[in-house]
Design a protein around this ligand. Structure first.
Ligand code: AMP
Length: 114
């Protein structure tokens, strides 16, 4: 059994509030939302960090982005606008080492981020 929490969510061993699923990715609500809408999109296949992604992962990374846009449309905040974020490693603020795209919306998001 893997100790990666997002692999375990992808395998259905840990529950999550799933928004959408495809063959390659899964989107679910963040447990600790940083905005009125805060979803995460993960690949089903384990990739620890963006730094470890390879050219063969190009289409999977594209699937994550497109799923993020679909989540925003499904939850109704696409037209007003939103932000996608992929934190990488310690200085990027990554805390779960299975890549995930944050999709944040429902309020004005300041820039630059902290
Ligand atoms: P990051 O800091 O970029 O690695 O983001 C990790 C995110 O995963 C945080 O926003 C957490 O709130 C979220 N998170 C951690 N565990 C879970 C979980 N079991 N279900 C949903 N979201 C989670």
């Amino acid at each position: 059994m893997t100790d990666c929490i997002f692999c375990r969510i992808a395998e259905g061993e840990i529950s999550a509030r799933v928004i959408l699923e495809t063959e390659s990715v899964l989107a679910f609500h963040d447990l600790n939302p940083a905005a009125p809408h805060h979803a995460l999109v993960i690949p089903r296949r384990h990739i620890a960090t963006l730094d470890e992604a390879e050219p063969d992962d190009r289409s999977l990374l594209g699937d994550m982005m497109l799923a993020g846009a679909e989540v925003a449309r499904q939850l109704g905040f696409a037209k007003k606008g939103y932000r996608t974020v992929l934190n990488c490693n310690h200085n990027g603020g990554q805390s779960v080492y299975h890549i995930h795209l944050h999709v944040l919306g429902g309020r004005n998001l300041s820039w630059p981020p902290g």
